[in-house]
Design a protein around this ligand. Structure first.
Ligand SMILES: NC(=O)c1ccc[n+]([C@@H]2O[C@H](COP(=O)([O-])OP(=O)(O)OC[C@H]3O[C@@H](n4cnc5c(N)ncnc54)[C@H](O)[C@@H]3O)[C@@H](O)[C@H]2O)c1
Length: 418
């Protein structure tokens, strides 16, 4: 079996972790049981480029149960859990190509190792697999039936490809499912980002001025959790509606240059480039903490810091402290890569349960319906989204009301008024 992991001897620890996550992934487990009986992916080769975590392991196991051959590489050089990678190889015979901390060359070598298996379906978190296929491995395109995309940044890249007419096969944007972004981006990123910052720094959040840049699904979640721990949250936005929403949600809203002067912690979660750049780094106080939870490590302008520093020191395992020429210290967490996966373990299994249930059912949908799909970015079919919400509620022992016939008729009528 072909694989490249850090140390296969870590497998026992990884197996425990995978089983621990499984306890909190009942929806995916139900889908796996169904798949094991009906084998809807028999003969399919799935190439996945996802964060190699214990939750992703459960998705890979589900795809195998469905009859697919699954190959996995990392969607970020820092997010791999080496013990999980080892266990997937040893205990579940899933080929994994990922090592935490791999350099850029190895990262792309691993992507190409997955592509060498000639997948029918590509699975992405950030669109690196798809963009490699479209730019350097075009010989694979004719065999590919479709792909899925997990995150906001990847969906933005893919919609751009569709708009420019260069997208070569259909994509299902898993991120657009309500059972994905309303929960994973908001509650998952919210909790795990705080977890990452705390594990990296061990600072007290109570009383800190915590600046969140980007009040989207992830930003809302981080702001909510930081506020809950007693921080004074300040929002920086470019979208007037979201800025207004943040204000009415009870946060201070400021221009980045104003926030720069008062913030203790700066967290970017915008999916955009250099949002923490000269605007903030030239004005902020001494010894501030700077982190990113957006998909790519482009959100903090590290070039600016490198150019304006006289020294860099490793202050703690996940902290690079830049000592600027004017003497101020800026503490950058996890090299500007997503802090929740770099310093903590990413999202809790309970939210990934829904995200990966969407992935599993979307792969099945592509495999069975590819002939009807065009070279477009599609949302997750609504029936899948609703099915997952129902299954999650059921797993939590929650029953909800149903519309009566009278109520359904009322909602479908226009004649009745005042
Ligand atoms: N860390 C994780 O585990 C994780 C999980 C899910 C998504 N993500 C990533 O997080 C990022 C945000 O995702 P989202 O779902 O919240 O997206 P979103 O589109 O809902 O929100 C992004 C927000 O950032 C704002 N923004 C953009 N440029 C800005 C700027 N220069 N200054 C201030 N605000 C700016 C936008 O107006 C928008 O409101 C994406 O890169 C996504 O891929 C990370």
């Amino acid at each position: 079996m072909d694989f490249d992991v850090k140390d296969i001897k870590l497998a026992a620890e990884g197996k425990n972790k995978i089983e621990w996550a499984e306890n909190d992934m009942p929806v995916l487990a139900g889908i796996r049981d169904d798949f094991a009986k009906s084998k809807p992916l028999k003969g399919a080769v799935v190439g996945a480029c996802l964060h190699v975590t214990s939750e992703t392991a459960n998705l890979m196991i589900t795809l195998k149960a469905a009859g697919a051959e699954a190959f996995l590489c990392a969607s970020n050089p820092l997010s791999t859990q080496d013990e999980v990678a080892a266990s997937l190889v040893k205990d579940w015979e899933v080929s994994v190509f990922a090592i935490k901390g791999e350099d850029n060359k190895t990262y792309y070598r691993h992507i190409n190792s997955v592509l060498d298996k000639a997948p029918h379906v590509s699975m992405d978190d950030g669109a690196d697999l798809i963009s490699t296929i479209h730019s350097k491995r075009r010989e694979l395109i004719s065999r590919i039936l479709g792909g899925t995309e997990e995150t906001t940044t990847g969906v933005i890249r893919l919609k751009t490809m569709e708009r420019k007419g260069v997208l070569e096969y259909p994509i299902i944007a898993v991120n657009e499912a309500k059972t994905k972004h309303l929960f994973d981006n908001r509650y998952g990123t919210g909790q795990s980002t705080i977890d990452g910052i705390l594990r990296a720094t061990n600072v007290l959040l109570a009383g800190k001025k915590f600046v969140v840049i980007g009040y989207g699904w992830c930003g809302r979640g981080v702001a909510m959790r930081a506020k809950g721990m007693g921080a004074n949250v300040i929002i920086v936005e470019v979208d007037p509606l979201r800025a207004l929403e943040a204000k009415m949600d009870g946060y201070d809203v400021m221009h980045s240059k104003e926030a720069a002067k008062v913030g203790d912690i700066f967290l970017s979660v915008s999916g955009n480039i250099n949002v923490i750049g000269e605007n903030i780094l030239s004005k902020c106080r001494d010894n501030v903490i700077v982190a990113n939870s957006g998909h790519f490590d482009a959100e903090i302008d590290l070039q600016y810091l490198k150019k304006n520093s006289k020294a860099v020191k490793k202050a703690r395992p996940f902290i690079q402290q830049y000592i600027l020429k004017d003497g101020r210290r800026i503490n950058v967490l996890t090299e500007g890569r997503l802090v929740n996966l770099g310093a903590a373990e990413g999202h809790p299994a309970s939210v990934m349960d829904m995200s990966f249930a969407n992935q599993a059912l979307s792969v099945k949908y592509i495999y069975q319906n590819s002939s009807k799909l065009e070279k477009k970015v599609y949302p997750v079919p609504e029936e899948i989204d609703r099915q997952i919400a129902h299954l999650k509620l059921e797993s939590m022992g929650i029953k909800i009301d149903r519309l009566s016939t009278q109520q359904r008729n009322y909602l479908n009528s226009w004649e009745l008024g005042t």
